[in-house]
Design a protein around this ligand. Structure first.
Ligand code: NAD
Length: 438
């Protein structure tokens, strides 16, 4: 119970649990996504029929996932897989294991994947999946059985040409390996391209594990340059110290930024001189969290979001910047490493304050970009060097940032609206060309 309490921060912290408060309009991630889509559709003067099509997920799957526990008892979890839109290619989207997973959240995440793939112009549609569970309370064996049973339950949607999962919150390379094996056993031969974010030794791509954080680092540098701010000594606060947050913090510190605050679900730490990110990563890896890390002073988790820094990098869960705290945000730049960290009504407050927001569908697109590279390498059976992966990632992130910035300037809109305009345009153009199958 203690762990669950820790995770479900109060509304004052911004992150809500799976209780009913989560679905107050401001906190509903699907509505947050939809309001941004509607604004872009209006500015693009999108055909009303197309708007109807793009407001609906293509496919929503809900499954029961029975798991035999180590003590011989049985637990049943609820699993989801949503394919939002596949007009531009196979669905692509991660799998999340968390107590806060709901259908609304998975729908929103699947839609964001659709727009994200379109922003960076890779030939995928968008999907997402998840199981409502608490992986911290499960043994490795239970986690494996749950992963395999969930995979079997959604097997008909999966495939390199139809729907390709990847890691997300609380899932990793090991989980992807089980998923790939389960799928391969069902179809009778090894299919590496059914999942990305696999271990490199079994067909994963070099650079994939770091890709999302690397992408965040690249666009943060672009934003600092755009605003005429120096990268060296730029101050950064990072919320979430998992795959995205820890890598982004590490790479930004390697670029000369000063990481003054970091935090995970247990603790938030501040050090005005700069946190030793490598040491924090070592500690977190060894102990499973930043608890007891002595490289910074403890502060209230909510304070991390309102620090006077150049860059705030939320890299945990949704809805951490809301109408309750947006007016107190003092960062010049917000780089949204997480999906949906800012609620739609908070956008307007940040705009008014002049905060430059690099929206999630652009900021964290590095992960899916290198997932695309992994899928390409698997299908071609020929693997790239890490330098080639990183160079191609940098090209795509810089080009996408520039494309979005151009639209923002041309239409006098913020970066979020510009990124939705770009992606919705790309998806709707393909829909128009394909027509409605009757
Ligand atoms: P992760 O499980 O590796 O890390 C999540 C981190 O957030 C952990 O450090 C955890 O302790 C922390 N956290 C959880 N609840 C918190 C809370 N209430 N307050 C503060 N910190 C909290 O997950 P990840 O893969 O790094 O994903 C983080 C975010 O980035 C998610 O929104 C995810 O959808 C998004 N994202 C991930 C990828 C990827 O490639 N992994 C790609 C794109 C977007």
């Amino acid at each position: 119970m203690a762990i669950i309490e820790d995770r479900r921060l109060t509304p004052a912290h911004g992150i809500l649990g799976r209780d009913k408060d989560r679905f107050l309009s401001e906190e509903n991630p699907f509505e947050a996504m939809m309001s941004r889509f509607d604004r872009a559709a209006e500015l693009l003067d999108l055909d009303p029929g197309l708007v109807k099509v793009l407001r609906q997920p293509e496919k929503q799957i809900i499954v029961a996932v029975p798991v035999l526990k180590d003590d011989g008892s049985v637990d049943v979890y609820t699993g989801y897989r949503v394919l939002y839109n596949t007009s531009r290619g196979p669905a692509k989207g991660g799998i999340r294991f968390d107590t806060a997973v709901t259908l609304e959240e998975v729908k929103a995440l699947a839609a964001w994947m659709t727009w994200k793939c379109a922003v960076v112009d890779i030939p995928f549609g968008g999907s997402k999946g998840g199981v409502n569970c608490d992986p911290e309370k499960m043994s490795l064996g239970e986690l494996e059985r749950m992963t395999r049973r969930y995979t079997a339950a959604i097997i008909n949607t999966l495939g390199p040409d139809s729907d390709v999962p990847a890691p997300d919150v609380n899932t990793n390379e090991r989980v992807m390996a089980w998923l790939m094996d389960t799928y391969s056993m069902h179809v009778g031969h090894t299919v590496t391209a059914v999942v990305t974010g696999k271990p490199v030794v079994m067909g994963g791509s070099l650079g994939r594990r770091e890709a999302t954080g690397r992408g965040c680092m690249i666009v943060t540098k672009e934003a600092l340059n755009h605003l005429g701010l120096a990268v060296r000594n730029a101050t950064v606060a990072v919320q979430g110290f998992g795959n995205v947050g820890s890598v982004a913090a590490d790479l930004l510190s390697q670029e000369g930024c000063r990481i003054v605050a970091i935090g995970d679900r247990h603790v938030a730490l501040y050090n005005a001189d700069g946190i030793d990110v490598q040491k924090a990563i070592e500690h977190s890896r060894k102990h499973g969290s930043l608890k007891e890390f002595t490289g910074g002073d403890k502060m209230k988790p909510a304070e991390l979001l309102t620090l006077d820094v150049d860059v705030l990098l939320p890299a945990a869960l949704e809805n951490v910047i809301t109408t309750k705290n947006a007016s107190q945000v003092r960062a010049k730049i917000i780089c949204e490493g997480a999906n949906g960290p800012t609620t739609a009504p908070a956008d307007a407050i940040l705009d008014e304050k002049g905060v430059f927001v690099i929206p999630d569908i652009l900021a964290n697109a590095g992960g899916v970009t290198v997932s695309y590279f992994e899928w390409v390498q698997n299908r071609g059976g020929y693997f790239w060097t890490e330098d080639l992966v990183n160079d191609r990632l940098r090209d795509i992130m810089c080009r996408s940032f520039a494309n979005v910035l151009d639209i923002a300037k041309k239409h006098k809109v913020n970066m979020r609206t510009a990124s939705y305009m770009l992606s919705v345009e790309r998806v709707s153009t393909v829909h128009k060309l394909r027509g409605i199958y009757a």
